[in-house]
Design a protein around this ligand. Sequence first.
Ligand code: ASP
Length: 337
Amino acid sequence: MKNILIIYTGGTIGMVPTENGYSPKEGYFMGALEKIGGLHHFSMPHWDFVEMSPLLDSSNISVEEWNKIAETIADNYDSYDGFVILHGTDTMAYTASALSFMLENLSKPVILTGSQIPLCELRSDGRDNLITSLLIAADDKVHEVCLCFGGLLLRGNRTTKYSADGLVAFSSPNYPALAEIGISIRYHRPALLPKPDGTLHLQKLESIPIGVLKVFPGIQFELFESIMTETLRGIVLETFGAGNIPEGSGALLPIIHKAFMNGTVVTVCSQCAQGTVTLGTYETSNALMRAGAVSGHDLTTEAAVTKLYYLFSKNLGKDEIKAAMEQDLRGELTLRD
Ligand code: ASP
């Protein structure tokens, strides 16, 4: 029988109503789990449960918690066949992306899930999400960090939360679902990462100063100059379409150049969820490349931010980081010819 470790971090799935709104409650969730019919069904794997402390609304998650979650997986790696992480939906895509980079040579399933409606409520989506995640974690097909939610199994570092209230809350706009969960779990095998060679290695993250700047019509780039050139080490620039910035934004290019010379890596992503950045297609994006920015291709902002944390935490030089940002490390981006 397969052995799965459930790591409970907080989030709506285990929250209870309080006078200030839903909130996680220490020591409550294991009891709630035991009341769910089916978790001890003969076709379920054996599972153990560990509760993180403090439990969090995932809006409060930070590098510190990512390190704790990843350490829990690494410490228990040899004793379990797979891991299910119960997490709030608000930052689940960030955590899934971060873990995908931190867990180098991961060969076991790490499945993040949660719910939009708490388990204590009648119409909770938590039961199905949890049971399906446990079944997938006990299957030998997946060797990567995934997010399982609302009938879809998605590559973690390709996901983004796109609905605040729908039960299918996540999408993977630039990569197909790894599995669709209907009457049966239908894997899309060619989309899965192959099992890697080598042993698991955990790369912990440091709290690197990283920023996300969304371009908008009329943006005054000079207002951001000092933070971009003196404070931040990694910047995700959310541009229009395929990587375009407004004409007349002359101030941006010298800022990017100065930032780059100071060791800051500026990664160009798109405000469009679907599609890819292609620097050089338009005059408005060509200059970005010349100033030293790197193309984020079809990276989500979540993946770009966490990849920057990861690469800077490895203490690589700016040129190595620049090169690695454009490479596919964990299936997070698509390289086109
Ligand atoms: N605010 C909650 C959280 O991210 C939302 C959720 O879990 O759905 O923890």
